[in-house]
Design a protein. Structure first.
Ligand code: FPP
Ligand code: MG
Length: 318
């Protein structure tokens, strides 16, 4: 990765290039099943292939490359993470949870394939992620003991200690009036943060990063994960969500516990800036080599800050 990733055009090009690489790899992994019923594969492909920003697997590639791993070693793990993410979105959109008709500007999987098939496509993507991480292809690049450790880590992030646990409390907190900030943060750190943290940690570990480096990118990942959900909720609360972003019209209009709903949009934006500064501080030691990770953090935060990156560059030191 060249180190000159300094402006928005370069970042956009970088994100597009990495995203295309991941999409090609996902297409490849999801083509390997000739079967009698094609509907389940169509539903899986529909959930994972079009439209996503691929932020999590891009983070895996960027972190792994920072510590010297080749793309070929990182891709199976990056794609597995995107499969877990895609599963979580398919299930999150189901009538039993958010009951959404639109995702990324298109009909949600259950609106196209029916609830049963969407449920199965989510199950299949989640399972497939671990199948891919433990595949002979992945084991050729990464030592089996490390693969087991990474599976342990991703299954924790996806499970009741992460995504599922966060989503469960989110569900319980819906429509409650006195949810405090600590509870909101607890939910965010698990429902959104855990997978983002796992994305950077897995990239670093595939590259054989030293403990001090793993510590630094872990702290970056924790802060970025929280920032990601706060930014998502600010966009949603200020009506700036566009086709392709996470939150879209939920016809149940449930009242979620979010940072903007508890502290207000201005304070949520201040928290975002503080989190961005903390992310950048962790990467300072890597200089220009960490340009992609720094640019991704700025990008995540800038989309929810008025005046976009200009006001950010005046306030934030990198
Ligand atoms: C949008 O990501 C998604 C989030 C901000 C995470 C929300 C968390 C859940 C839906 C957890 C659901 C958990 C279960 C167990 C159902 P994004 O903006 O990166 O989406 P994209 O892939 O469309 O770009
Ligand atoms: Mg939702």
């Amino acid at each position: 990765m060249n180190s000159g990733l300094v402006n928005k055009i370069e970042l956009d090009e970088y994100l597009q290039r990495q995203s295309a690489l991941i999409t090609r790899a996902l297409e490849d992994y999801l083509q390997k099943y000739p079967g009698k019923s094609q509907t389940i594969f169509q539903a899986m492909r529909y959930g994972v292939l079009p439209g996503g920003k691929r932020i999590r697997p891009i983070l895996t590639l960027a972190t792994g490359e920072l510590f010297g791993a080749p793309q070929s070693s990182l891709l199976p793990f990056a794609c597995a993470i995107e499969m877990v993410h895609a599963y979580s979105l398919i299930h999150d959109d189901l009538p039993a949870l958010d009951d959404d008709d639109l995702r990324r500007g298109a009909a949600t999987a259950h609106r196209v394939f029916g609830e049963g098939m969407a449920l199965l496509a989510g199950d299949a993507l989640l399972t497939e992620a671990f199948h891919l991480m433990s595949s002979p292809d992945a084991m050729r690049c990464v030592a089996p003991e490390l693969v087991v450790r990474l599976i342990h880590e991703l299954s924790h992030a996806a499970g009741v200690g992460g995504l599922v646990g966060g989503q469960a409390l989110d569900l319980e907190a819906e429509n409650e009036n006195d949810v405090d900030l600590a509870t909101v943060e607890w939910i965010h750190v698990r429902k959104t943060g855990a997978l983002i943290l796992a994305s950077v940690r897995i990239g670093a570990q595939v590259a054989g990063a030293q403990p001090a480096d793993l510590g630094r990118v872990s702290r970056y990942g924790e802060r970025l994960g929280l920032a990601f959900q706060i930014a998502d909720d600010i966009l949603d609360a200020s009506g700036q969500t566009t086709a392709g972003e996470g939150a879209e019209s939920s016809h149940n209009e449930r009242k979620k516990a979010t940072y903007p709903s508890v502290v207000g949009i201005p304070q949520a934006r201040e928290t975002l800036k503080e989190l961005l500064q903390l992310c950048l501080d962790e990467l300072a030691t890597y200089g220009a080599q960490a340009a992609p990770l720094k640019a991704i953090a700025r990008h995540v935060v800038a989309r929810a800050i008025h005046g976009d990156s200009k006001s950010l560059s005046e306030e934030i030191n990198s």
